[in-house]
Write a protein that binds this ligand. Structure first.
Ligand SMILES: [Zn+2]
Length: 481
């Protein structure tokens, strides 16, 4: 008899014969949801900064166009060609900068890439929203109570926990020490790979990079490409403004006409924002090439990834890895079955097909399982052609690229880990793969298969013994055999 070893105390699988209940699939598609910052001061900063930036751009446009190009170069110096070159570059980069800013701002407002709240957190949020306004303002202590309930929300230990299936239906996912996915105690939900909890929004965000009030909110999977384009074009825009201002000032000083305070102002603003965005562009470009986020990079010196990698059903734990088997076993009271093992062959064929075993392995410090190589990393975020790289229209290919295999495309390290830990190959199971889809769909597919097989057996039996009626399964005539 083959045995499956499970790290969980109880090992009988849950019955699959019950009717499949409809279950939400929170990670099946991206959630479009507007999420505001938690702290009022951050919300106000997020609203006021765009106004401040618009003022800076308006001032720079007035100085560069009116005072430098029109008044100084065309009317005073009679250098129309120089003015035309500056104006052309200025407006091209201004347009691209504004387009990228608008794109990143709208994406952050309407599709920030937040992970849906778990049922408990959703209920609390709904309860909070339904409370009268006066009550919301007046009782600070009660606010804290609501938050504190969420902050200490322990992991959902229910083997049927909503959303678990979206992890174990894949071939690899990031897991905790016992093979379950990572849990966010504030959102009360399982965290998809590479999601981090943002304290400003109080929500988990996919591929969170950082919170940026300059562009209106959180930079993550959905907005990172447009953010990089914005910083890149802002750098170029500032270079043009500084160049026009510097050339103008140089001529003014050389001719003894004195210094124009407006031009000095543009020089200062352009220098500040230019340096800032240039640094951001460089660091963001580096993260793109190595497929890291700002958060990943901060932890990269110490972070070890723990992955659940699918292995053939019934694989035993190895010397340096444990295993976990899904669906997770349900607690039972029978002392005879309360050990660490479950009789694999006692499960029906249908139940055996639904079982998926994962090896729990750890990477070395600094290893990145999603590193695809410089060029593929770049393409996964910026797009596959130069138009995508330069224009803020199409979204990053990695956005919504979740497949049946993994949340994000895995790099060569995935196969290296299989070799390093000598994990058995999946080739035996590949011939009889569990159908994708929800648990209900899988069960229905298995039931249909079983019915078809039974029909075929009955037909064969009828052909062999045409005079005798077919024996029904479970009928008195067959029960004694
Ligand atoms: Zn969270």
């Amino acid at each position: 008899m083959r045995l499956i070893t499970s790290p969980f105390p109880v090992s009988l699988r849950r019955p699959c014969s019950r009717s499949p209940a409809p279950r939400p699939r929170p990670y099946a598609r991206l959630e479009y949801e507007m999420v505001a910052a938690r702290r009022p001061e951050t919300r106000w900063a997020t609203r006021l900064i765009p106004v401040f930036l618009a003022g800076c751009v308006g001032f720079a446009t007035y100085v560069v166009v009116k005072r430098i190009c029109l008044d100084f170069y065309i009317n005073d110096q009679k250098q129309s060609r120089t003015a035309a070159i500056f104006l052309a570059f200025y407006f091209v980069f201004l347009l691209l900068m504004l387009a990228a800013y608008l794109r990143v701002f709208l994406v952050i407002q309407y599709n920030p890439g937040v992970v849906p709240l778990g049922p408990r957190a959703s209920q609390q949020k709904q309860h909070w929203n339904e409370r009268p306004k006066r009550s919301k303002r007046g009782s600070r202590a009660r606010d804290d109570d609501v938050e504190s309930i969420r902050d200490v929300a322990s992991r959902d230990e229910n083997p049927d926990s909503p959303g678990l299936e979206d992890f174990y239906s894949k071939d690899v996912f990031v897991c905790d020490f016992d093979g379950r996915p990572l849990w966010c105690s504030t959102c009360c939900n399982w965290k998809p790979d590479r999601a981090h909890h943002c304290s400003e929004l109080d929500r988990c965000v996919r591929k969170m990079d950082h919170y940026c009030p300059w562009v209106g909110g959180i930079i993550g999977e959905t907005s990172f490409k447009f953010f990089v384009q914005f910083t890149f074009y802002t750098t170029l825009y500032c270079i043009i403004a500084i160049s026009a201002g510097a050339l103008c000032l140089k001529t003014l000083v050389a001719s003894g006409a004195g210094v124009d305070g407006f031009v000095v102002g543009v020089f200062g603003i352009g220098g500040f924002f230019g340096l800032f965005t240039f640094t951001m562009t460089l660091s963001a470009g580096r993260y793109i090439l190595v497929n890291l986020t700002n958060v990943d990079h901060l932890k990269s010196k110490t972070l070890v990834h723990q992955l659940a990698i699918r292995v053939p059903r019934g694989t035993e734990p190895g010397i340096d890895y444990g295993v976990v088997t899904y669906p997770l076993p349900k607690p039972i009271s029978s002392p005879r079955l309360s050990g660490q093992t479950v009789a694999f062959e006692h499960l029906s064929k249908r139940d055996q097909l639904a079982v998926r075993t994962f090896a729990i392995v750890r990477t070395e410090i600094g290893e990145n399982p999603w590193d695809l190589g410089y060029y593929r990393n770049w393409k996964s975020i910026m797009g596959s052609n130069i138009i995508d790289w330069l224009l803020p229209f199409n979204r990053s290919p990695c956005e919504g690229s979740e497949t049946g295999e993994s949340f994000y495309e895995m790099g060569p390290l995935y196969h290296e880990l299989r070799t390093r830990f000598r994990l058995p190959e999946l080739s035996e199971e590949k011939t009889e793969r569990v159908p994708r889809g929800t648990r209900g769909e899988r069960e229905m597919a298995s039931v249909e298969k079983q019915r078809e097989r039974r029909r075929q057996q009955q037909q064969q039996q009828q052909q062999r013994q045409p005079s005798q009626p077919p024996r029904e399964h479970g009928s008195p005539s067959s029960s004694g055999s």
